[in-house]
Design a protein around this ligand. Structure first.
Ligand code: ADP
Ligand code: MG
Length: 358
C-alpha cells in the first residue's frame, strides 16, 4: 500500500540538500532531478549531470541516496545517473557548427610542449566517459594528428560535406588529411582564416558534446581566427615547467583573456619522469612551476601528465596511449584532467547561460 507520507515534493525537498560541488548549487535548483516515480515504499528518479565525465558522479549518487533515505516510508531507492552536456555560448541553429555544444581550444605558447598529444588523449578520455567528441587539428604549421592516429589520405565527401575520420570513438579532422604531407604550405592570415572556417563549417561534425581543437602554438592568426569564427567555450593551455615555456604560455593565456575567451585551465605536460631502470623520479623540465603559475594567474590547474617513453612512442606509432595502455599512469593522468576539464566546461557553460553570468 502506498505510504501517504512520501510525496514528490518531499523527495525534491530532501534532494535540495544535495549539492553539485562543481557548480556550487543544489541539484534541484539546477534542474538535474528528473522522472520521480513513487510506488509504495519505493522511490525512483534520475539525476541528470552536466557531463558524463563528472568526477563526482558516485559522490552525488551517494548523497542523493542518503538524503532520500531520511524520509519516512522509504524502503527502496533507485537512482539512474544520466547526463546531458550543457551548451556553451554560441551553439544553436545560427551557429557555424550548430550541432556542437562546446568548442574547447587547446593552446600553448611554444611548439613541442605536447599540445597535440594532450589534445588527442583528452579527446579520447572524454569519449571514454560516454561523451560525443570530435577532434579538429587546426595546426596550420604542423598538423600532426594524422600521424598520431595512424591515418592519412583524403577523407570522404558526401553532399559537399567532409566526413571526419572515426577512430578511437572520436571524430577526427585534420588539415593534414587535405594537404600533401611532404610539402610546406605558406599560410597567410586570410588563408588561415578561411581554412579554419571551412574545417568548422564544411565538416559533418553532427552532434557533439565537445569539439577539441588542436591549435598551432603561439598567439598568431589561427588563434585569433578561431576565437572570432566561433564562440569558444574556452581554452586549455598546455605548458611545461620550463621557465621559457611558462613565460610564453602566459602570453598565450593573456591573449585569450583579452579576446574574452574563458581560460578553462592549465595542464602541465612532460612533468615528472619515473626512470624505469633506477625507479627514481626526475623532473627533467622542472615540476610544480605550472601549478604555481595557475595559482598566480587565478586559473584552475587541471593536472600534470608524466614524461614517459611510452607516451613519446605512442605518438610516432599512431597509437594514442589512452587506447593502447588504458590502465597506465599516463591514461590515469589524462582521465583525471579530462574530468576536471569537463567540470570546468559545465561551470563556464552555466555562467554563460544565465543572464547574471559573466
Ligand atoms: N608527456 C610526454 N612524454 C613523452 N613524450 C611526449 C610527451 N608529450 C609529448 N611527447 C612527445 O613530444 C613530441 C612533441 O609533442 P606534440 O604533442 O607533437 O607537441 P606540440 O603539439 O606541442 O608541438 C612528440 O614526439 C610527442 O610524442
Ligand atoms: Mg602539435
Amino acid at each position: 500500500m502506498a505510504n501517504p507520507s512520501v510525496t514528490e515534493d518531499a523527495v525534491l525537498a530532501a534532494l535540495s540538500h544535495v549539492q553539485d560541488p562543481d557548480l556550487g548549487r543544489d541539484i534541484v535548483s539546477l534542474g538535474m532531478v528528473k522522472d520521480i516515480v513513487i510506488s509504495g515504499d519505493k522511490v525512483a528518479f534520475t539525476v541528470e549531470l552536466t557531463t558524463p565525465a563528472c568526477p563526482l558522479k558516485e559522490q552525488i549518487e551517494e548523497d542523493c541516496r542518503q538524503a532520500v533515505r531520511q524520509l519516512d516510508g522509504v524502503e527502496e531507492i533507485e537512482i539512474e545517473m544520466s547526463s546531458r552536456v550543457m551548451a556553451g555560448r554560441g551553439s544553436g541553429q545560427e551557429a557555424l557548427v550548430p550541432g556542437v555544444r562546446n568548442i574547447i581550444a587547446v593552446a600553448s605558447g611554444k611548439g613541442g610542449v605536447g599540445k597535440s598529444t594532450v589534445a588527442l588523449n583528452l579527446a579520447i578520455a572524454l569519449a571514454e566517459s560516454g561523451a560525443k567528441v570530435g577532434l579538429l587539428d587546426a595546426d596550420v604549421y604542423g598538423p600532426s594528428i594524422p600521424l598520431m592516429v595512424g591515418e592519412e589520405g583524403q577523407p570522404e565527401v558526401v553532399n559537399s560535406k567532409i566526413i571526419p575520420v572515426d577512430k578511437f570513438d572520436i571524430k577526427i579532422m585534420s588539415l593534414g588529411f587535405l594537404l600533401p604531407s611532404d610539402q610546406p604550405v605558406m599560410w597567410r592570415g586570410p588563408m588561415i582564416h578561411s581554412a579554419i572556417q571551412q574545417m568548422l563549417r564544411d565538416v559533418e561534425w553532427g552532434e557533439l558534446d565537445y569539439l577539441v581543437v588542436d591549435l598551432p602554438p603561439g598567439t598568431g592568426d589561427a588563434q585569433i581566427s578561431l576565437s572570432q569564427s566561433v564562440p569558444l567555450t574556452g581554452t586549455v593551455i598546455v605548458m611545461t615547467s620550463q621557465a621559457v615555456a611558462l613565460t610564453i604560455a602566459t602570453k598565450a593565456l593573456v591573449m585569450f583573456r583579452q579576446m574574452n575567451v574563458p581560460i578553462l585551465g592549465i595542464i602541465e605536460n612532460m612533468s615528472t619522469f619515473h626512470c624505469p631502470n633506477c625507479h627514481e623520479e626526475t623532473n627533467i623540465f622542472g615540476h610544480g612551476a605550472s601549478q604555481e603559475a595557475s595559482d598566480r594567474l587565478g586559473v584552475p590547474f587541471l593536472g600534470s601528465i608524466p614524461l614517459t617513453p611510452e607516451l613519446s612512442r605512442s605518438g610516432d606509432q599512431g597509437e594514442p596511449i589512452m587506447a593502447t595502455k588504458p590502465n597506465g599512469p599516463e591514461a590515469d593522468a589524462f582521465r583525471n584532467a579530462a574530468q576536471l576539464l569537463a567540470a570546468r566546461v559545465s561551470v563556464v557553460a552555466m555562467m554563460r547561460s544565465e543572464p547574471s553570468g559573466v
